[in-house]
Design a protein around this ligand. Sequence first.
Ligand code: NAD
Length: 264
Amino acid sequence: MGKDKRVALVTGAGQGIGRGISLELAKNGFDIVGVDIVFEPGNKQEGLFEVKERVEALGSTFLPLQGDVSSLKDQETILKQVLDRFGRIDVLVNNAGVAPEKRLDVLDTTPESYDRLLSVNARGPFFLTQKIANQMVKQVAKNPGLKPCIVFISSISASVSSPSRAEYCVSKAALSQAARVFADRLSEYGINVYEVRPGIIQTDMTAPVREKYDKLIVQGLVPQKRWGFPEDVGKAVASLAKGDFGYSTGLVIEVSGGMNIRHL
Ligand code: NAD
């Protein structure tokens, strides 16, 4: 089992949006490699091993791997483990990301928090993508029928300003440009690259500001007047991974309930 299905690697797969993406990809027939910095094989209630059970119940294989996306050494190990197990990689979803430990005004942002966010949210995915793109290029050379793809989960913060978490916004803007450059460079190989920008999604990342956003959403911040859920993002990613947007490399999709609409 697992040899014939397309293989998708999802970073930050243990919870939240990464979990939602893994489940939607599994529903669409992908085998999943789930990478997370948190790795608790004994825990089937939450985390990677809960996702593994759910994915397997959908009829797909799930390979849980421990790794820190900001570590270049971990990236090498991850790629090796994927190739040892499956011999291929068809889809990369750069989802793992972190918010500032403490929201501080841009006038007080610390260099430590800036470096942490840029390292996990931008530098890590950039070099992981570089490694996996080189592998995908080799696969396409052997089998031109393959249509690998890469998806970057950035954020509306790639273009929207939040002065209380400037380093997050800067990291997501960097990620957005990485998606564009890889889309440009990889187009000649038939490897499509997309950027998905979630809006306000109900996960642990937004748990500390849930009440604040509850109010803002009702007041009209989100035209569709509801929280987004991980499966909203997962469905968009699955559609891209399946090839529904095959002639649209470099596409940026907002999954934000209409926050992209400017209105008076
Ligand atoms: P989350 O905190 O619920 O989950 C993130 C997952 O990534 C966790 O399982 C965590 O252990 C893992 N992770 C963190 N650092 C890692 C690292 N260095 N290496 C490997 N794994 C790591 O967050 P989420 O809300 O699911 O966010 C997922 C992505 O979506 C992030 O990139 C985030 O910036 C982006 N995003 C989230 C929202 C939102 O409203 N929740 C909005 C826009 C964008």
